[in-house]
Design a protein around this ligand. Structure first.
Ligand code: CA
Length: 236
């Protein structure tokens, strides 16, 4: 089962360990960082869904970290932990792009509830390819695909596929049986973000070409199925 990943950034050890224990008990995958630089490095390597970010930190302040992460990982949810009760701290946090803030001392139950509410909105099934199982070669119908050597055959005969077509088929295989939106492909393979999405026609063109190469009868596809109004489904 996939778990949501939470990064806890807090220089005070007692608070950090306390938070870690509590979130691990709730079945989250947790990493911690003690200062601003480590927070940024761990965000890159661990790719958390949500960050609990203390404001007063060594090396870089929580605000600096927040501004930085917001630019590079716009999808990451950031909850600031602040010891200051002044309105300025709250406003600054929201200005820097934090999603929420919690004032210390906080109730752990309340914090857990807020985190849960944020993470409920994230569908783990639609996470980028990073978490998909790695696969070197697959066989389906009369087709063999070798993703390492970029070799494909159909019925034992060589099949010419572009690198992009190999990527699409690998992605389809990893999500076989699921409905795959055109937007999923544009985001996960092409790297577009929801606010700079191009026309999805480019995907449809790729699918037409793939069907021509893979399907016995293009007009009646059995491998790459169209799901009306949604996208495609790979049936292997
Ligand atoms: Ca602190």
């Amino acid at each position: 089962m996939q778990q949501h990943r939470i990064l806890i950034v807090e220089d005070e050890e007692i608070i950090r360990l306390g938070l870690q224990d509590n979130f691990e008990l709730e079945n989250y995958e947790v990493e911690t960082a003690c200062d601003g630089d480590e927070a940024i490095a761990k965000t890159d390597s661990f790719q958390p869904h949500l960050i609990l970010l203390d404001v007063m930190l060594p090396k870089k302040s929580g605000f600096e970290v927040c501004r930085f992460i917001r630019k590079k990982h716009p999808e990451c949810i950031i909850i600031m932990l602040t010891a200051k009760t002044e309105e300025t701290s709250k406003v600054a946090g929201l200005d820097m792009g934090a999603d929420d803030y919690v004032t210390k001392p906080f109730s752990i139950l309340e914090l857990l509830a807020r985190v849960k509410a944020f993470l409920r909105r994230i569908d783990l099934q639609k996470q980028p390819a990073k978490q998909l199982a790695s696969v070197d070669a697959i066989d389906f119908a009369d087709i063999h695909l070798d993703f390492k050597k970029y070799i494909a055959t159909k019925g034992g005969n060589p099949l010419e596929l572009s690198t992009r077509e190999f990527q699409i088929l690998k992605y389809f295989w990893q999500r076989r049986g699921e409905v795959i939106l055109r937007e999923d492909l544009l985001q996960d393979l092409w790297g577009y973000t929801p606010d700079n999405m191009p026309s999805t026609r480019t995907i449809d063109n790729h699918i037409v070409n793939l069907r021509r190469k893979l399907e016995d009868d293009q007009a009646n596809p059995k491998i790459i199925l169209s799901i009306r109004g949604a996208g495609y489904k790979f049936d292997a």
